[in-house]
Design a protein around this ligand. Structure first.
Ligand SMILES: [Fe+2]
Length: 314
């Protein structure tokens, strides 16, 4: 029987299983040749669904994930051990259902994003397909939880939306650094209640959370418009130096790849000519390749993977 899921967002290899991941739905086990196997066999705690962007600790092999729900208590947090077995399952009470697409981890904590985009089911009766919109009246917050469970501490930040986290890490015992692609507005409705405002583009942003003082310092790190950020996943949750992302020269294009050196501040680019486009870059640590999926809009069947070496970025 086919599993009722739509796993077209991300792919995860964990505990000997390749899982195609859906936005909150059930993961689908597949082979490396893309044959469908069906429901997960190695991850019983995740069979009912989770985010498409869980995080694997590269040192312990643990998998941290969440499931955002439309129903109370709206959020469920889970840790799965390196063998796929659930080790933490926790319901987290939230004030309203929030659009959470991604999360972050450090070596000791997990981070949730309760931001200004949330569910508004009244939109369905007004003809919208997706009941999601920007909420001016919602306080944007970062939720910090000890990785193995405990109380969530919420830290208010300026109104924003984040689709994708870059990485996070413990700078010291009481300081967390979170890097993400941030939007000052997203899915915001015009006054007519139907048309969406043109979305601004996302830029690299850093949040420095001081757990002792209860404060967050927010700052923009660069002004290039990017999305779909990736890192060397051997650095997930740890201090890191480089990030890769797809460039967005306009809000209808994904065209080009950038590499940020967070230590020196320098930026390298792989330029893609106008009329072409690419998809998400994936960093492959060995051999030192960056893979991007490149396609031409005017010849939609010409889809291929492109392998870039470091010297091809300038
Ligand atoms: Fe995503």
């Amino acid at each position: 029987m086919l599993l009722d899921t739509n796993p077209n967002v991300n792919v995860l290899y964990h505990a000997g299983e390749i899982l195609a991941l859906a936005e909150g739905g059930a993961p689908l086990a597949i082979t490396a040749e893309l044959e469908t196997l069906g429901a997960t066999r190695s991850h019983p705690g995740l069979a009912s669904g989770m985010t498409a962007h869980p995080k694997v600790d590269p040192l312990t092999g643990e998998l941290m994930s969440f499931r955002a729900d439309w129903k109370k208590p709206y959020l469920r947090y889970a840790v799965t051990d390196a063998d796929g077995m659930p080790s933490v399952e926790l319901d987290i009470e939230m004030s309203s259902p929030s659009m959470m697409h991604d999360m972050a981890i450090t070596a000791t904590r997990s981070i949730f994003l309760d931001l200004n985009v949330g569910y508004d089911f009244s939109m369905l009766s007004r003809g919208h397909r997706m009941p999601l919109r920007w909420r001016d009246d919602h306080k944007a917050k970062l939720g910090i939880i000890p990785r193995n469970g405990g109380e969530v501490r919420w830290f208010e930040i300026a109104p924003c939306f984040i689709q994708h986290v870059v990485n996070a890490y413990d700078a010291d015992e009481a300081t967390i650094v979170l890097d993400a692609v941030r939007y000052p507005r997203y899915f915001r409705l015009e006054e007519d209640g139907f048309t969406f405002e043109a979305p601004p583009l996302g830029v690299l942003w850093r949040y420095v959370i001081d757990l002792d003082r209860g404060t967050v310092i927010e700052k923009q790190m660069a002004d290039i418009c990017i999305e779909l950020p990736r890192i060397n996943e051997g650095r997930t949750g740890r201090p890191y130096r480089f990030l890769y992302a797809a460039e967005q020269p306009t809000n209808t294009e994904i065209r080009g790849v950038v590499r940020y050196d967070l230590e020196s501040g320098s930026i390298l680019r792989y330029r893609v000519p106008e009329g072409d486009s690419n998809s998400e870059p994936v960093f492959v640590a060995r051999p030192t390749h960056l893979v991007i999926h490149k396609r031409r809009y005017h010849r939609p069947r010409a889809t291929n993977a492109l392998f870039l070496r470091r010297h091809e970025l300038s």
